[in-house]
Design a protein around this ligand. Structure first.
Ligand code: HAM
Length: 423
């Protein structure tokens, strides 16, 4: 029987590993520059965490979670996003008692959502995310936005638009909900069935519905920014100033509301183009109520998540390839049986010296070993055997220039290391 990978999942193949590692490396470096430390949380959590954290009116909790009972009859869910787990860990490990702010990032966190797989939408994807806890003012919002923009620019990505909005707080949002519901009520028949359901429980989500009829209604809806309380308004102004002084080209888009319930004040998305129109490359925002909601202290927070698979799509769209490094710097071929042990010894010695070296495992002919070394892209080849070996020598070949030289076996490691490192 031919078993395939589950629908909506992808293998990361060895040939793509440079790409993934280059992206990871860039993320790690940028996170470190901004003083964020890595956190790793379990792939699964108790379901209640997401019901309370992400919100039981969201699409994620209602339809997309991989939830099951474990053998102890506990309801378990595979992480549908990274923030709730990070908050749970912050509370459980009392990280909130450390000097503030507490700044953490997660790298290629596997995230599971039972969605309809399509271009850029998977059932298992991987997120890099940053979360900053304990800062009330907009400086932390600016820091996380600036950091993700630095990551994207270090990867060479351009022409992405940054959309920001504020969705208020528990003080001002109720009056906006009221105004929004009044507007939606007038156009209720034009709403899609899902938005009709959202009307009562989560009217904000109508604003980012992808259905054309809902979008037309949303366009005419009252603007949330007109309903912000003084604190939310000045927070939003402050953030815009911090982005303007760094000349970040932002678009204020009152339609950005995000698909998770925990957001307050700032929300933002970085948008890329896809065959089906605009798609979010990154999404984030402030979630000042979540730590308390999950049982911790009253602690403001802000962060974002960015999907690695979508970054890869956008790199491909923009024709960007990672800097490559030869998998093997030196391939040691053996000529005849007597060359086998010296080749193996030299290979191990070179590896001890930090040189990427490989040798023949397949009993290939010398010609076939050359072909294989060529396929590996090895810039140097050593031949162990024949007349040279009897004289205590290896033959070193520079595969680019074709130049060959003999090297005494005792000096081989030092001389080859020197030559490889100079290249
Ligand atoms: P999110 O917008 O649901 O936010 O996801 C963040 C990013 O993950 C998206 O912008 C996208 O790149 C990627 N992504 C989401 N769903 C899929 C999918 N089905 N297939 C491929 N990629 C996908 C969150 O998850 C929040 N926890 C972000 C956050 C952190 N907010 C504050 N802190």
């Amino acid at each position: 029987m031919h078993i395939q990978s589950p629908k909506g999942t992808r293998d990361m193949l060895p040939k793509d590993s440079f790409l993934w590692q280059w992206i990871e490396q860039t993320m790690r470096e940028e996170a470190a520059l901004a003083g964020y430390l890595e956190i790793r949380t379990p792939v699964f959590e108790y379901t209640e965490l997401f019901e309370r954290g992400v919100g039981d009116t969201t699409d994620i909790v209602q339809k997309e979670m991989y939830t099951f009972l474990d053998k102890g009859e506990r309801s378990i869910t595979l992480k549908p996003e990274g923030t709730a787990g990070a908050v749970r860990a912050l509370i459980e490990n009392k990280l909130y008692a450390e000097p503030l702010p507490v700044k953490m990032y997660y790298l290629n966190n596997p995230i599971f959502r039972y969605e309809n797989p399509q271009h850029g939408r998977l059932r298992e994807h991987h997120q890099f995310g940053m979360e900053c806890f304990g800062v009330k003012g907009p400086s932390a919002d600016a820091e996380v936005i600036m950091t993700v923009l630095r990551i994207l620019s270090q990867l060479g990505l351009t022409h992405l638009s940054v959309k920001i909005n504020s969705i208020g707080c528990p003080v001002c949002r109720p009056s906006y909900h009221e105004a929004l519901r009044a507007h939606l009520k007038e156009h209720f028949e034009g709403l899609c069935p899902q938005c009709k359901e959202r009307y009562d429980r989560n009217p904000l989500r109508v604003l980012d519905c992808k259905e054309k009829s809902c979008q037309a209604i949303a366009k005419e809806a009252p603007n949330i920014l007109d309903y912000l309380c003084e604190e939310c308004d000045s927070h939003f102004d402050g953030l815009q100033q911090l982005l303007h002084v760094r000349e970040v080209p932002i678009t204020i888009d009152p339609q950005i509301v995000r698909g998770l319930d925990y957001y307050t004040k700032t929300v933002f998305e970085i948008i890329m183009q896809s065959p089906r129109g605009e798609m979010a490359l990154c999404g984030g925002g402030r979630y000042d109520g979540l730590v308390k909601e999950i049982g911790g202290p009253d602690m403001p927070a802000v962060g974002f998540g960015i999907g690695t698979e979508r970054i890869i799509l956008e790199l491909q769209n923009q024709g960007i390839v990672p800097p490559t490094q030869a998998v093997t710097s030196v391939f040691i071929a053996c000529l005849g049986e007597e060359g086998r042990l010296p080749a193996y010894q030299l290979c191990m010695d070179l590896r001890d010296a930090g040189i990427r070296a490989d040798y023949d495992h397949m009993n290939r002919s010398l010609k076939a070993q050359f072909r294989y070394a060529d396929k590996l892209g090895a810039p140097f080849m050593v031949i162990a055997g024949g007349d040279e070996l009897q004289r205590g020598m290896f033959k070193l070949k520079d595969m680019q220039s074709g130049e060959e030289k003999e090297i005494p076996m005792q000096e081989a490691v030092n001389r080859i290391s020197l030559i490889v490192n100079q290249k």
